[in-house]
Design a protein around this ligand. Sequence first.
Ligand code: HEM
Length: 173
Amino acid sequence: MSARNELRYLVKFPFTAAFFMFVGTIHGVLQVLPPIRHWLDSIGSPYGGPGHMIDPLAHAHINIVGGVVMMTMAAGYYLIHVISGKPVSLRLANHSYWWLTLGVTSFYSTLLVFGSWEGYHLLHNDPQAMAEVHHYYGICISIASTVMGMGFWTFFANLFITGRRMWRERHAA
Ligand code: HEM
């Protein structure tokens, strides 16, 4: 298989990173528009409460994890391939891509949905309804965080396994 074909699996990383940063930058602009800014401030952003989930948490993580970390993974896989002449584990690379993509999507959606939902109850002076919704937030954000974490951990495992292989090959002689 040609070197270019061996690297084809990497193509999806920069496109996904660009998409997440596209959403993150629109989020960034929307959250400074006066009516939306006023709403976010009234539900606690950036210091705490439901507003904190939307700004800065959702905004920070879709840009940093969805954008920067996704690109860092692709750059890491590419550099190892070019320097060692051999690809990393393709299976783990695809695992890290899909776990991170699903993790960022679910983490961002959970923060937006629960931030808006709890914010609604806060603005309607219904702390009991807000607490009931927040109970489900804990479960959802734990699952989304773990899925996002799996993206990182399969990436670290891939680098560790590849590094160990390179080390053994170098010291085999
Ligand atoms: C599996 C990966 C990750 C998970 C589950 C996660 C989760 C969280 C959570 C729950 C908070 C909020 C803490 C609070 O209530 O104040 C937080 C804050 C933050 N995280 Fe992450 N995070 C992850 C990865 C990262 C990475 C890789 C970066 C940067 C490279 C990052 C940057 C931040 C920043 C800047 C804040 C503070 C936001 C603020 O309050 O100003 N996170 N993260």
